[in-house]
Design a protein around this ligand. Structure first.
Ligand SMILES: Cc1cc2nc3c(=O)[nH]c(=O)nc-3n(C[C@H](O)[C@H](O)[C@H](O)COP(=O)(O)OP(=O)(O)OC[C@H]3O[C@@H](n4cnc5c(N)ncnc54)[C@H](O)[C@@H]3O)c2cc1C
Length: 350
C-alpha cells in the first residue's frame, strides 16, 4: 500500500528534504515544491552541539538525536556520493566561575560522560584564546556543510522523484489535488514562511532572526571551534564563521550594522585581534516558545500535515523527528506529544 502513495512536500529546506528522504527510502513517490528563497537552512552554520551551556544541561533528546543523525547524514553521503558531515572539536571558554562549577559537577556524572572531556590543567590555561575562567572540551560535536548537504540531497531527490521550482499557489490546492494532480498526503515544511500559509499560519511559530559573519583572522586556531558569547567555526585559509545573533523584533532578511558590531564585540571575549570582515549573512529560524518542533495533522483537513519549528538546532533534530513523522504518516505510529501540534489545537478548543 505504502509503495503506491504519492505525497506532495512543500518546502525544500532542511525539514522538507529530511521528510522527502525518509519517504523515498520507504518507496513513496515524492513531489517537492520550493520557491528557491531559503533564508534558514542555507544560512545556518550547521553546528551540532549536544550541550546547553547556560546551566550545562544536555540538549533535548540528545541521546537519541546524535546517534541517529550520524547514521542519517553518513548514509545520505554514501547515497549522494558527497561529503557534508564532519566532526569538529568544540572548546567552551567558560564565561564565569559559576559556569565552570556547573561543568565540574556534570563531568562526574555517567550520563554526561559521552559529551564531556574531564577538565585538565591544560584546559584551565588554554593558550589559543582568552579564557580567564578556564575552558573545557566537548565530545560528539559535528558540523554539516550545509551547501553541500542541500545541493547534493536535492539533486538525489530529483533523480528519485520530482522537484518543482515555484511559489506554492494555495488557490490551486483543492482538497487533495494540486494543479490537477491528485496526492494522498500533503506536507507543509515552510520554515519561517509558515505565517503565510492559510492552513497552518495560525500556529504560534516565531521568526527569530540570526546573523553571522565570515571573518579572516590571523590568530584564531583552525583546528577547532571555540565558543564563548558566540561560536567560531573554522572554514579554512584563516577564514571563520562567527555567529549568531538572536533577534526577535525584526523579521527582515537584511543584514545590519548593529548585528555586525554585536558579533565583533562578542568575538572580543575570545581574541583581541582586529579581524577583517569578509561577509555577513542574515536568516530566520522557525522557533516556538516551548522550543519543540511543530509536527502533525491539520485539525480539519486530515491529509494536510506540517513539519516545522526546528528552531536553533534544526540540523540535530531534523533527521529523527522527520523519521518519526514519516512513521506516523505511513505506519500510524504515535507522534511524540511534545512535538504534536495537537498541543495547540487542544489549548484553543478545550
Ligand atoms: C543564522 C542562523 C544560524 C543557524 N545555525 C544553526 C546551527 O549552527 N545548527 C543548527 O542545527 N541549526 C542552525 N540554524 C537553524 C536551522 O537553520 C533551522 O532549524 C532549519 O534550517 C529550518 O529548516 P526548515 O526547512 O524548517 O526551514 P527553511 O530552511 O526556511 O526551509 C523552508 C523552505 O520552504 C520554502 N518555502 C516557504 N514557503 C514556500 C511557498 N509558499 N512556496 C514554495 N516554497 C516555499 C522556502 O523557500 C525554503 O526553501 C540556524 C539558523 C540561522 C538563521
Amino acid at each position: 500500500m505504502i509503495e503506491n502513495k504519492k505525497i506532495l512536500v512543500i518546502g525544500a529546506g532542511l525539514s522538507g528534504i529530511s521528510v522527502a528522504t525518509h519517504l523515498i527510502k520507504n518507496k513513496v513517490s515524492v513531489t517537492l515544491v520550493d520557491n528557491g528563497i531559503n533564508f534558514s537552512s542555507r544560512i545556518a552554520a550547521g553546528m551540532i552541539n549536544p550541550l546547553v551551556f547556560r546551566r550545562m544541561t544536555k540538549s533535548w533528546r540528545v541521546d537519541e538525536f546524535i546517534p541517529f543523525l550520524k547514521t542519517f547524514y553518513s548514509s545520505l553521503e554514501k547515497t549522494t556520493n558527497a561529503s557534508f558531515l564532519f566532526g569538529v572539536p568544540i572548546r567552551r571558554l567558560f564565561s564565569s566561575e559559576q559556569e565552570r562549577d556547573f561543568w565540574l559537577e556534570k563531568e562526574k556524572r555517567a550520563d554526561f560522560e559521552l559529551y564531556m572531556h574531564k577538565v585538565t590543567k591544560a584546559d584551565m590555561h588554554y593558550p589559543g584564546a582568552k579564557n580567564p575562567f578556564g575552558s573545557a572540551r566537548l565530545k560528539e560535536t559535528y558540523f554539516i556543510e550545509v551547501n553541500s548537504f542541500l545541493t547534493n540531497t536535492k539533486q538525489w531527490i530529483k533523480t528519485q522523484g520530482e522537484i518543482i521550482h515555484e511559489q506554492f499557489d494555495y488557490n490551486s490546492l483543492v482538497e487533495n489535488t494540486y494543479k490537477g494532480v491528485l496526492y494522498d498526503e500533503i506536507v507543509f515544511c515552510l520554515g519561517y514562511l509558515n505565517k503565510e500559509c492559510p492552513l497552518f499560519g495560525e500556529l504560534p511559530l516565531d521568526q527569530t532572526k540570526g546573523q553571522t559573519l565570515t571573518i579572516k583572522s590571523l590568530t584564531l586556531p583552525e583546528n577547532l571551534s571555540l565558543n564563548r558569547k558566540c561560536f567560531m567555526l573554522p572554514k579554512g585559509n584563516q577564514t571563520f564563521k562567527i555567529g549568531s545573533t538572536y533577534e526577535w523584533n525584526d523579521p527582515s532578511t537584511h543584514v545590519t550594522v548593529e548585528a555586525k558590531n554585536e558579533l565583533l564585540e562578542n568575538l572580543s571575549y575570545i581574541i583581541d585581534e582586529t579581524v577583517e570582515v569578509l561577509d555577513q549573512e542574515a536568516g530566520i529560524r522557525p522557533t516556538t516558545r516551548d522550543r519543540r518542533p511543530l509536527i502533525g495533522t491539520h485539525h480539519k483537513h486530515k491529509n494536510y500535515h506540517i513539519v516545522n519549528g526546528l528552531g536553533a538546532k534544526g540540523y540535530m533534530l531534523a533527521p529523527l523527528v522527520s523519521k518519526e513523522f514519516v512513521n506516523y504518516l505511513l505506519k500510524g505510529d504515535k507522534l511524540d506529544p511534545e512535538v504534536d501540534i495537537n498541543r495547540y489545537y487542544r489549548k484553543n478548543n478545550p
